[in-house]
Design a protein. Structure first.
Lengths: 476, 196
């Protein structure tokens, strides 16, 4: 990076760059394994025994989580100095932690792929402190310990920056979300022998991340991008951020109950889970209104149109994926039939992409051009390509979701709804869903094309000398 | 602050007291409470004898006392708004503080009720009725406490003169929130303590 040419307000913001770059690299990996798995749904022994389905799935989901974490860290390192109006406490620590996290993460993924999972558990001494073998928390115990160390260093670094600098609602909400993220992760070390207790607290990591503290992180990053791109008063944006996060926490924390319906927890969770999670779409709906209303009231036309497009896009797709598709199967009487079907996969895909992938792509779209000395955004051609990639990725992910929803509905109809004697077996049902799985795979390929276009857009028009001002001129 | 102005009550047909953002919050809270109360009614209709037996173990006088407490709080808050409208935002502070005292009375009575019921061996898992009793009232109690914090914070800032140039936006927002908390109790009290 050309240090002399940067245009961020604080030099230490530049530590965000490797985090963003590595996030996108991992995103590519995630999509590659998604495509492999998409094929394995149709051709069961595709790449077997090289990459069995369970390994592909583990890599796909773990890469998702890790790239989102890299994105969140990059976003934090970028926006905290600007909000706090001072340099980062220790840019050096941020660079060291990047390499620690990147190397540990890469070694873990290599471990998943190189040796059988049970062997990996043996090699990493899982028997001394067993935490492995649980969905999404498959990481060896030493990797989990490494994550905690990285998180502590990270929180110290940004925490000191915030404490010694200007305290804004955005950096306070962001810090709350990040501290919550680290604290909830500690439940990954709690591994009770009772399956009910295990699942009960497993959700404290999984659910209270994505439907709790991550929403604070998303809300604060979105608010930051909106302040920067619309020029609307901070006071107004912060006020709405408060309302949104209050609703996110009220509905999200007790909404954990929608995972407690059938795991052996007390039956009152049927009521709590249904009532509170039924309102979980509300904060996402508010975020949607918030984003569009701020852009409508904008006081300036920022020339980084691509960042604005991602910011609006994330609010729409998050509402659809997390809100609408979540609500579809959140009420206990419905969930009795839909639990763990392809409908869950449909919801998971659109929600993760809309809420957390897209908010990361939004901040990357805003911050990376600035980090590379283009505060006005990338060139007009680059932005057009990036906006096209936003539409392509969003629509193809929506298509994946629709096909999986159709597959889920058919699965429920054949396998769940009939009386036990008449219901089709799991594998017999899967065969009937093949057409939907082909369609899903096709949409997945389009999504991958969208991702390539997104990454390519950062390299378009670099030498042509055209600037973002041309982009503004072209649209007015 | 034209943006801020756009979020506050506009003079004319569609004006709401206080800040529009507060009304979003109030409506969202009412929606959640509404669904909880609807669930309570449905569960009661499904198991009337369980609910009748559970209700018999409550203290209606304590419930009535708490209703009076919250209504008194609302009265004091309304007087505070009147005073602020007549003589400026600083004047609502003593009324709001008095209202938080009424809220504190409510909290004390409620905690006493919980202690009594716990001593008699009741908890969330005793019956569907007890789940709804404990869950909805604790959830509501947290809102009473939040309402008290909002009133006290706004009273303090009013007294400091922070809102002198803003009219009634902040006091009215706080008062509206308090009235919401009161309103929910007015539905909860008969549903839990009184109605057969």
């Amino acid at each position: 990076m050309n240090q002399g040419d940067t245009s961020m307000k604080y030099q230490s913001q530049s530590v965000a760059m490797p985090y963003f770059v590595f996030a996108i690299v991992l995103f590519f990996g995630q999509i590659a394994f998604g495509l492999i798995m998409g094929l394995q749904y149709i051709i069961g022994d595709f790449l077997f025994p090289l990459i069995p389905f369970n390994v592909a799935r583990m890599v796909h989901t773990n890469l998702l989580i890790v790239w989102l974490l890299f994105g969140f860290m990059g976003a934090t390192y970028y926006l905290v100095p600007e909000e706090a109006q001072r340099e980062l406490q220790s840019p050096w620590l941020a660079r060291v932690l990047f390499w620690v996290f990147a190397i540990a993460g890469t070694l873990t993924i290599i471990g998943y792929l190189a040796v059988p999972y049970a062997r990996l558990a043996e090699l990493t001494g899982n028997e001394y402190f067993p935490t492995m073998g649980r969905e999404f928390l498959e990481q060896p115990t030493i990797t989990k310990a490494g994550i905690v160390l990285v998180a502590l260093g990270f929180l110290y670094n940004v925490g000191m920056t915030v404490l010694r600098g200007r305290k804004t609602v955005i950096n306070m909400v962001l810090m709350t979300g990040l501290v919550g993220l680290a604290v909830m992760f500690l439940f990954a070390f709690y591994n009770p022998s009772s399956l009910t207790m295990d699942k009960y607290f497993w959700w404290w990591v999984v659910h209270l991340w994505v439907e709790g503290v991550w929403e604070l992180i998303m809300g604060s990053i979105l608010a930051f991008v909106l302040i920067k791109t619309t020029g609307v008063d901070r006071e107004v944006i912060e006020k709405w951020l408060y309302v949104i996060i209050a609703m996110a926490l009220i509905t999200g924390i007790l909404g954990t109950g929608h995972h407690y319906f059938f795991i052996g927890a007390p039956s009152y969770w049927l009521w709590i889970g249904s009532v509170f999670s039924a309102f979980e779409p509300l904060p996402f709906f508010m975020m949607l209104l918030f984003a569009f209303s701020m852009v409508r009231r904008r006081r300036r036309n920022h020339t980084n149109r691509a960042a604005t497009t991602w910011a609006l896009g994330t609010s729409v797709v998050a509402f659809l994926g997390a809100g609408v598709w979540g609500f579809l199967h959140t009420l206990a009487p419905v969930n009795y039939y839909t639990h763990g079907s392809q409908l869950t996969a449909a919801h998971g895909h659109l929600a993760f992409f809309g809420a957390y992938a897209m908010i990361n792509l939004a901040i990357i779209s805003y911050a990376v051009p600035a980090l590379r000395g283009r505060p006005e955004g990338n060139s007009a051609r680059a932005q057009s390509l990036e906006i096209a990639s936003c539409w392509l990725m969003s629509l193809s992910m929506l298509a994946i979701t629709v096909f999986l929803t159709a597959a889920g509905a058919m699965q429920i109809w054949l396998q769940r709804w009939p009386e036990s004697g008449q219901a089709l077996s799991f594998m017999a049902t899967q065969e009937k869903l093949e057409l939907f799985y082909w369609l899903r795979f096709g949409a997945g390929v389009l999504f991958a094309v969208g991702l390539v276009l997104y990454a390519a857009s950062f390299f378009v028009g670099e030498r042509a000398g055209d600037t973002a001002h041309d982009a503004a001129a072209a649209t007015t | 602050m034209s943006d801020a102005a756009a979020d506050t009550a506009r003079p004319g047909a569609y004006a709401v007291p206080g800040d529009l953002a507060m009304w979003w919050f109030i409506l969202a809270e009412l929606a959640v409470f509404g669904a909880l109360l609807a669930s309570l009614i449905v569960a009661g209709a499904l198991a009337p004898e369980v609910f009748a037996a559970g209700r018999a173990g409550l203290h209606p006088v304590a419930g009535l006392a708490n209703t009076v407490m919250l209504l008194t709080g609302s009265y004091l808050v309304a007087r505070g708004i009147d005073a602020a409208a007549a003589e400026g935002p600083r004047r609502c502070a003593p009324w709001f503080l008095a209202a938080t005292l009424a809220g504190a009375g409510y909290v004390a009575v409620k905690l006493g009720e919980y202690a009594d019921l716990a001593a008699a061996g009741y908890n969330l898992r005793t019956s569907t009725f007890h789940f709804f009793y404990f869950f909805t009232t604790v959830f509501h109690l947290m809102h009473v406490v939040l309402g008290m914090i909002v009133l006290a914070a706004v009273a303090r800032r009013c007294r400091r003169g922070d809102y002198d140039d803003e009219g009634l936006r902040a006091p009215e927002s706080a008062a509206s929130y308090w009235h919401m908390v009161d309103l929910v109790w007015l539905a909860l009290f008969p549903l839990l303590y009184v109605l057969p």
